[in-house]
Unconditional design. Structure first.
Length: 39
């Protein structure tokens, strides 16, 4: 499932560029968890 691995890679730089938006950080954390569960 390459699509699941692409999502966190795309959102990580966005979250780092805008740390004032905690929702993006939460999304990246959830995507990282789902990626770990998918492995």
């Amino acid at each position: 499932m390459p699509r699941q691995r692409e999502m966190p890679v795309r959102l990580k730089p966005i979250a780092q560029a805008e740390p004032s938006k905690p929702r993006l950080l939460e999304l990246t954390a959830l995507l990282e968890l789902t990626e770990l569960l998918a492995l």
